[in-house]
Design a protein around this ligand. Structure first.
Ligand SMILES: Nc1ncnc2c1ncn2[C@@H]1O[C@H](COP(=O)(O)OP(=O)(O)OP(=O)(O)O)[C@@H](O)[C@H]1O
Length: 614
């Protein structure tokens, strides 16, 4: 009974086995803090979640004295005020402290830095905290998130050398001075709304007086009897400064030129991809060649034969190998099956060319398999347009997908200019991927993808998801580097060339968990704890509270929590240990369609959903 008073609190505690305290009512203010304080049976509680429940007033001192096992405190989006209570220091194992969106004030107590050494996520944004930002944060060396934005912090920013810090924001405070070196790699949005200067902000810091030479002042000084030596010193200093500046500019130009050579110009045959990637060239004897140029030099019969680029699915032959040769190209990345290039043909058409390595099948089998791949025609699959086969070279030509991969979008630069991934986009991506895989599976009982992961989900301009690389797992020996796919591979898969549809479902489940948590299956935090993503999600859901697993970016969408929890449940079902327990892709698609269409529940998280997962 969540809406009752102290007695309700006791009922609730026994209902969840005393491990987690859920309390999400908006009906009345349930907070009888004194009761909580005196009840020493509460010391088994590991998570205190009271987000958005209209709690107001100050937190009484003593409230946390008995809650010594807390790992998570979430009191966000209430109207709590006053300073942070000093007995927070009793929660020595605290890992997550979410207090954003309240009216807390005053300087941060020193105990935060001396006692809460295990903090991983700290969100104090949107309060009235004031005073200087302490360099005591340097003590919190497990910290990954530090959000202090929209407060009244003043003074300069200290040098913060927190090794694992990923998310950082101090925007919209009263800070001044320059951004310290240790924080310059953070996006500029993390610092805006202050009087800060220096990189990454556009505002330059004032040049120190020794470098700026004011000739009038010098003249005045001269008049007032400045010595010749002093003037000479100033002039020499400025000349040296200028020389240094020129040197810096020269070095910068050199660096930029060096970067440019990363893009391969096929036409000019400047550089091999092997050189770019630091490998041996694949074809001996062709010095300085491109992927396509290599084909030309290795095809018996000369240039005429080399033009045999085979177009699939009745695609008109819109370009030939000569056109590819003339195209400018750059390396997109190196994958399990070889290297991918973006090639821009004359006229501006863009294609992605995959140069396969270690193809293990002979030509007839290759043609048969690749023609099957080419016949797949679905809006959620990346179309294979053409292929080239010869003894030494195998090329696949795909449509170029302008928005890159889901992996890059989820884990790449989180700063400005990044496409925000809201709930609608993420759930649409989940549905698109599910439909693409379901289409593949529908062709025959043995048709499977074999390598589903976020770098194989590519996005169109309108962020529609398309699955790529299907059918390649059975052509190419997969892979000597196990951790590339390890996080996605179903536990029962022993031969990567024989991947069942149920194993695809498992990989899809992991991909959806990645989409919801924002954590890559090979995430270092997971490795630290020695678990994979499905096991981490399952244990977090059991032990703490479901909302803890979601990507912070998703927690903004409170009214979509029901759908998010349903998708999470579906992902957990897909990643079941035993293949028979996993749903089919047909069922998966239906469930995603349903949950995306489901009516939305207003207000906070409904605990029923949480229990449904336990
Ligand atoms: N058609 C395409 N359009 C745009 N980018 C692409 C395309 N195909 C591949 N890429 C990008 O090129 C890079 C390398 O892709 P590739 O498929 O070779 O390797 P991978 O996906 O990282 O690993 P794997 O080979 O195991 O699938 C990836 O970052 C991918 O996003």
């Amino acid at each position: 009974d969540l809406t009752s008073d102290r007695a309700g609190l006791l009922n609730l505690r026994s209902a969840v086995g005393g491990r987690t305290l859920f309390w999400t009512t908006t009906q009345q203010n349930p907070c009888n803090w004194a009761g909580v304080q005196c009840d020493n049976t509460l010391n088994r509680v590991t998570a205190l979640h009271l987000p958005g429940v209209s709690l107001s007033g100050e937190l009484p001192v003593g409230i946390f004295g008995n809650l010594t096992r807390l790992r998570t405190i979430s009191l966000r989006f209430n109207t709590l005020s006053g300073p942070l209570p000093s007995d927070l220091s009793s929660c020595v194992g605290l890992r997550n402290l979410y207090l954003q969106g309240n009216h807390f004030s005053g300087p941060l107590p020193e105990i935060l830095f001396s006692s809460l050494r295990d903090l991983v996520r700290l969100n104090l944004g949107g309060n009235n905290f004031s005073g200087e930002i302490s360099n005591g944060f340097n003590n919190l060396n497990r910290l990954r998130t530090l959000y202090l934005e929209n407060n009244k912090f003043s003074g300069s920013l200290p040098e913060l050398k927190i090794p694992k810090l990923e998310q950082f924001n101090v925007s919209f405070n009263n800070l001044n001075g320059s951004v310290p070196e240790s924080l310059r790699s953070k996006p500029k949005e993390s610092f805006t709304g202050n009087s800060l200067c220096g990189s990454p902000l556009d505002k330059m810091c004032p040049v120190p007086p020794a470098v700026s030479v004011d000739f009038n002042r010098n003249r005045d000084r001269k008049k007032s009897g400045l010595s010749g030596a002093a003037i000479a010193g100033i002039v020499i200093g400025s000349v040296l400064g200028l020389v240094l500046l020129l040197l810096l500019l020269f070095l910068l130009c050199r660096k930029r030129n060096a970067k440019k050579t990363n893009s391969i110009n096929i036409g000019a045959r400047k550089l091999t991809d092997a050189e770019v990637l630091g490998e041996e060239p694949l074809t001996a004897g062709s010095n300085g060649f491109s992927a396509a140029a290599a084909v030309m030099t290795t095809v018996p019969g000369g240039r005429e034969n080399a033009k045999k680029l085979v177009f699939l699915r009745n695609s008109a032959t819109v370009f030939d190998l000569e056109d590819l040769l003339r195209a400018s190209a750059e390396v997109l990345g190196k994958g399990t099956f070889g290297t991918a290039y973006k090639a821009v043909l004359e006229g501006g058409m863009m294609v992605a060319v995959k140069r396969l390595k270690d193809v293990t099948v002979l030509e007839p089998e290759f043609r048969e398999k690749i023609e099957f791949v080419g016949a797949m025609d679905h809006q959620n699959l990346v179309p294979l347009r053409a292929y080239y086969y010869n003894k030494d070279e195998k090329l696949l030509v795909y449509d170029y997908m302008p928005m890159g991969s889901l992996s890059a979008l989820l884990h790449g630069n989180k700063g400005g200019g990044r496409t925000p991934l809201n709930w609608d986009i993420r759930s649409a991506i989940a549905l698109g991927v599910a439909r693409g895989i379901e289409y593949l599976h529908s062709h025959d009982d043995n048709a499977s993808h074999g390598n589903i992961k976020s770098s194989n989900v590519l996005l169109t301009k309108s962020l529609e998801a398309c699955v790529s690389d299907f059918g390649l797992a059975s052509l190419v020996g997969l892979p000597s580097t196990p951790n590339r796919v390890a996080g996605y591979r179903a536990p029962e898969v022993t031969d990567p060339r024989r991947v069942s549809q149920k194993a695809d479902v498992y990989s899809f489940g992991v991909l959806i968990l990645e989409l919801l948590t924002g954590k890559a299956p090979t995430h270092s935090l997971l490795n630290e704890e020695g678990v994979d993503l499905p096991r981490w999600v399952q244990s977090t859901v059991k032990e703490e509270w479901t909302s803890e697993v979601f990507d912070l970016e998703l927690l903004r969408y409170q009214n979509a929590e029901e759908e998010m929890v349903q998708l999470l449940q579906l992902a957990i079902d897909c990643a079941a240990q035993y293949p028979d327990k996993r749903p089919t892709m047909l069922e998966v698609t239906r469930r995603i369609e349903e949950l995306r269409g489901a009516s939305r529940v207003e207000g906070g998280m409904n605990p029923d959903h949480v229990h449904g997962l336990e």
